[in-house]
Ligand binder design. Structure first.
Ligand SMILES: *Cc1c(COP(=O)(O)O)cnc(C)c1O
Length: 369
């Protein structure tokens, strides 16, 4: 079965092989050398001064950022399930927050944020997704970060890049913290989370250690010495190094970004040529998201007849959205087959006669666009 969901993504064979070696103890020079290598790769990938690894799913890193980087009032952007989560974390900690809520296909308006920052001095951190995976949309994070920093440079810009890191080059000039997780573009099993940090965020963390398991001050102190505060997710860190080596062997990050962008663009063109409506107003490159009444029927046909697992939606668009993943080292023929299967499913549902349009458009756009 081809797994083409926007997380988890399939784990490549070389990575699975690396992770099948015997477990080593985490307090050893052997593991510290691997950890150091992983840190080096992550700093390059995030393009930030420091990157911490946490043994948790991505949400753990979100929680750690709320806890460690917001001390007065948060501004959270909710254009979907994952943005909503930042507000829920604030609630769980009794932290004051304001929320900007939009439809799941609508990126946040930059001016709305600018006005809130201008009018509320107590806001000291903004939390938003780079790509909101619930609807596959891209928020204008870089522009927001730049404008907010001009108004008040000490407002922390915390971006959840879980479906953006390893997908596209993010301009981190004005971003203080950038979150990611192992099971998306990095094609690892779930269980490892990352937080990229700039000098300003590091200063805040070092001046004020909060929390226990997610105390980033404790982690920082340890990880700078290539160890972790608690038992490291050793196997996943070994897998991470193998994955970064694989990305390099496949042509490096720039090639990965370029291929992902091309696949995403060509897929959206092919889906539109089939008559589908691309759901997000500004699509992210991590996935293609289509709103269609037959979305769950299409997914079922793909899974039972054509060996492809794509994702549906969540909450109110659970049954009317389908999402095709573009994150990671996806082969062109995997996306092509998936689109062909979608076209075959439309024919089976009596909605459109099969004529090979999906593959023709996808292939043309990918190779000649
Ligand atoms: C997957 C994802 C998360 C993290 O979810 P976990 O299940 O905790 O790993 C957070 N934000 C976005 C945008 C995601 O796509």
């Amino acid at each position: 079965m081809l797994l083409l969901t926007p997380g988890p993504t399939p784990v490549p064979e070389a990575v699975r092989m690396a992770m099948s070696t015997p477990t080593i103890h985490h307090r050893t020079p052997e593991f510290e050398a691997i950890f150091e290598q992983a840190r080096g790769y992550l700093k390059k990938l995030f393009d930030m001064e420091e990157v911490l690894m946490l043994a948790s799913s991505g949400t753990g890193a979100m929680e750690a950022c709320v806890l460690n980087l917001c001390h007065s009032k948060a501004l959270v952007v909710n254009s979907g399930k994952f943005g909503e989560r930042f507000g829920k974390i604030c609630e769980a900690y009794g932290k004051d927050f304001v929320e900007i809520k939009n439809e799941w296909n609508t990126p946040v308006d930059v001016n709305t944020i600018v006005e809130l920052i201008k009018n509320d001095e107590s806001i000291d951190a903004i939390f938003l997704q780079v790509c909101e995976s619930a609807g596959g949309l891209r928020h204008p994070v870089e522009e927001i970060a730049q404008k907010v920093k001009k108004i008040r440079s000490n407002v922390m810009i915390v971006a959840d890049g879980i479906t953006a890191i390893g997908v596209e080059k993010i301009d981190t000039t004005h971003i203080d913290a950038l979150i990611s997780g192992s099971q998306k573009a990095l094609m690892l099993p779930p269980g490892l989370a990352f937080i990229g940090l700039n000098a300003q965020a590091l200063e805040i963390i070092e001046n004020r250690g909060v929390g226990y398991y997610f105390n980033l001050k404790t982690e920082l102190k340890n990880q700078r010495k290539n160890t972790t505060a608690w038992t490291a997710a050793t196997t996943l860190v070994i897998g991470l190094v193998a994955m970064c080596e694989l990305i390099d062997a496949e042509g490096g990050l720039d090639k990965l970004y370029a291929d992902t962008a091309k696949r995403a663009f060509a897929t959206n063109k092919a889906l539109q040529a089939l008559g589908f409506h691309i759901y997000p107003k500004v699509p992210a490159k991590a996935m293609s998201a289509v709103l269609d009444d037959d979305a769950s029927k299409i997914r079922k046909i793909l899974k039972t007849k054509y060996g492809v697992n794509i994702a549906g939606g969540q909450d109110h668009i659970k049954d009317t959205l389908f999402r095709i993943n573009h994150m990671g080292l996806v082969n062109v023929y995997e996306t092509a087959w998936t689109l062909n299967a979608v076209e075959l499913a439309l024919a089976e549902l009596g909605k459109r006669a099969y004529d090979g349009t999906a593959n023709r458009v996808f292939t043309q756009e990918f190779y000649q666009g």
